[in-house]
Each structure stands twice: as C-alpha cells, then as structure tokens.
Design a protein around this ligand. Structure first.
Ligand code: PLP
Length: 401
C-alpha cells in the first residue's frame, strides 16, 4: 500500500542549480562512450594546496573532532575579520563573523533573518539560481535585475535596480564579480549602489564568492563604500579561492545583530561547521600562499586560451573578464547560422556533435522583457589546456560547418 504524502506548499517553489542537470546529461553522454569537454560546472579540477590538507590532517590527529562553538572557532573568525579589515577596510571583530558549511548557506540564512513573507528582494538575473529559489521558497517575491554589455565587460543594470524598487522592497542581492557573466562594478557603480541602498533603506547581501579570483589589479568591495558595512552581509567562501569546493566551508560577515541570528540558525541547522575543516580554513587564510597563487596562474592561462579560441569562431563574441572563471559569450549569430532558435536543441546538438558541455542563459533565470540576444556560459575551472583546445576547435568546426 502506498501512503499519499502531502508535501508543504512551499516545496513547489524550490528550484535547483540547473548546471547540475547539464552535468547529468554530460555524464550520460560520457557513459555512452563519448569524450566530453566539461565546461558546465563551476568546480575546480585543481588540488587543494598541500599545506591546507596537512592542517586538516593535523587537526584530526589532534582530536579536533568534537562540536565547536556554533559560530566557529575563534581563531578562524578572528582571521576572517582580520582579512576583511586589511583588504576591505572594515572594522570587524569575531562578533561580526559566523563560520558556515560553505558560502551557499549564507543565502538562506540572510533571507530567513531579514525577509518577511511578501517582502520584495532584488536579485541578479542572469544569476546564481539559488537566489531566486530561496527567496520564493521562504515566501518572498523575487524581483530580477539584469546585466548590460559594456565596452570591455558586462556591468550591472543600476537604472533597472532603481526602477524596480517599490515600497515593499526590503533586500538587495549583489554578486559583484558575477556568475555567470563575470560582470564587475566600476567605482562609480559601487557609489551608486551604496547611494540606492541608503536612499531606500535596503539591507544588502554581497555575494563575494569570486572576490579573490582576479588576474590583474585588485578587487574592490561594496562593503568599503560609506554606510555599507552597517547594512550588508558578506557571503564569503573558501571554495573557489583555495580550490576547496568539497570541503564545505565559508562564512557570513556583517553587523553583530544579524550575525547573532545567523549563529542561532547554525545551532538550529548544522550545530557547527566541521571542526577539523575550520583548522584547514585557518591555514588557508594565514599560511603559505604559493600554491594558491599557482591556482590563479593556471586559471589565467585557461581564460586566455578559451577567449582566443571562442573569438576565433564565426558568430561568437566573448569579453576577456579580469575575474571569476566564467565566460559568457554571445552566440546569437552562431545559433542562427546553424538554424537553432532555442537553447535546449542547441546545447544538445553541440554535445552530440562535439562533446562540448556548457550551460546557456536559460540556466541562470527566466529571460527578462526585451532580451533578444543569446548567450552560453563556459566555466574553465574544471578543464585542462589540452582539452580546452581540443573541445573548442571541435566547437569551431561544428559551428562553422
Ligand atoms: N555564490 C555564487 C555566485 C556561486 O557561483 C557559488 C558557487 O558556485 C556560491 C555562491 C556558493 O559556493 P559554495 O557554497 O561552494 O561556497
């Protein structure tokens, strides 16, 4: 006998990270004996630096295997506060930091702490799909804003942000150094967003997952703008910077009142982040940085090769972004040349004919009104130079045939 189970209404609102669906299709193609070129998932095929692995091993041997304080071990919270105070000019102490099992949990905890049902939350679209999923799952109203192509890179539609603000708008999510477009705020953009936040009294989630994946110059943070530290929570993660995606460690940093509630949510959800992993994270922040710098060197070489090869394909145009490990080339003409009018058929045909597996605009939210151009997203974090070359040459041959 099957017992009918009635799920909560909110479950209907729960989305997924659609790149994992593309990953499943790529895996099926590979299982059928085909070569796959994995450009779909923002994971790294680079090893976590040795000194970080050794710190975890030492911590395990030293018995760092029990629960910790819900907000994390004080040394790690202190190291995170110091890192932010040094790089972003904040005045954080340990009380401004709550360690998390990854960066992703910060999204739900930020919303649970600050959003009432019916509140409107501005979020980037295209963007990391979990924002929209979590806003709607927890009873908020997800209001998208877009990115716009500029001279040398995408940037954010700040007019669009202001035009979408209503009296019900409570929160703003910004992912400066953006997945999937690699969009980046200019100093002027940062000033304008900070002004908007103050003018409309918005509390802001700053998702800085890619802050340290930068190839030239230095990243700058919205948190350094006047008034922003008082009204913003940072999503910090060790995942990308230190090639630690599977370790599951990150942090929320922000005003004490908010971080105190996030600490209580830790107690209610996971009790604490893995004890010994926190010692690995401490080594990542404070230990030798040689292998960390090498990760950036490898990623930079991959970026340059990908951008050169993509721009060599008829009907494809790609910026050379200075940060993240994503490329978001426009493929409108290439799709038209091959007779495709939808992403699903296009991606399936590309996978079938070339083995190249990638995501498309549609994986990062529903299209906004007036959108006419078509884009795909390639992540170069999980694929070596040889395979990049082989895969993108096959892509060129297919798209130009
Ligand atoms: N934010 C953005 C924009 C991301 O792209 C990701 C991961 O891909 C995350 C947050 C979460 O990363 P993690 O949970 O591994 O720290």
């Amino acid at each position: 006998m099957t017992i009918p189970i009635t799920l909560a209404d909110r479950v209907e609102k729960l989305g997924i990270e659609t790149a994992f669906v593309v990953a499943a299709q790529a895996a099926a193609h590979a299982a059928a004996g085909n070569k796959v070129y994995p450009f779909h998932l923002g994971d790294l095929n680079l090893k976590t630096p040795h000194n970080i692995i050794e710190a975890a091993y030492r911590a395990l041997q030293d018995g760092k295997t029990g629960y910790t304080a819900n907000a994390g071990i004080p040394h790690l919270r202190e190291a995170l506060a110091d890192d932010f105070n040094r790089t972003r000019g904040t005045g954080y102490t340990v009380d401004n930091v709550a360690v998390q099992p990854g960066g992703k949990p910060v999204i739900a905890k930020f919303l649970l702490t600050l959003m009432n049902p019916g509140d409107e939350v501005l979020y980037p679209n295209p963007g990391f799909p979990i924002y929209e999923s979590q806003i709607e799952f927890h009873g908020g109203i997800a209001v998208p804003y877009g990115t716009v192509p500029g001279d040398r890179n995408f940037t954010f539609d700040i007019e669009g942000i202001e035009a979408s603000i209503t009296e019900r708008t409570k929160l703003l999510i910004v992912n400066d150094l953006h997945n999937p477009t690699s969009a980046e705020c200019s100093p002027e953009d940062r000033r304008r967003i900070a002004e908007l936040a103050a003018k409309y009294d918005l509390t802001v989630l700053l998702d800085e997952a890619y802050y340290d994946i930068r190839y030239d110059g230095e990243s700058a943070s919205l948190i350094s703008e006047p008034g922003m530290a008082e009204r913003s929570v940072i999503l910090y993660t060790f995942s990308k910077r230190f090639a630690m995606t599977g370790w599951r460690i990150g942090a929320a940093l922000g005003p004490k009142k908010i971080i105190g509630v996030i600490g209580k949510l830790n107690v209610n959800d996971e009790s604490c982040t893995n004890h010994f992993v926190q010692y690995a994270a401490l080594e990542a922040l404070t230990g030798h940085q040689g292998e960390v710098l090498n990760i950036l060197k490898v990623l930079r070489e991959r970026r340059d090769l990908c951008v050169d090869l993509l721009n060599d394909i008829e009907g494809v145009f790609c910026y050379r972004p200075n940060a993240t490990f994503y490329l978001y080339p426009e493929v409108t003409a290439a799709m038209t040349n091959k007779g495709f009018d939808n992403y699903q058929d296009f991606l399936a045909a590309v996978l079938e004919n070339t083995g190249v597996s990638m995501c498309a605009r549609a994986h990062f939210g529903p299209p906004l009104p007036g959108e006419t151009k078509q884009y795909v997203r390639l992540a170069y974090s999980g694929i070596n130079l040889d395979s990049i070359k082989e895969g993108l040459v096959k892509l060129k041959n297919y798209l130009e045939s």
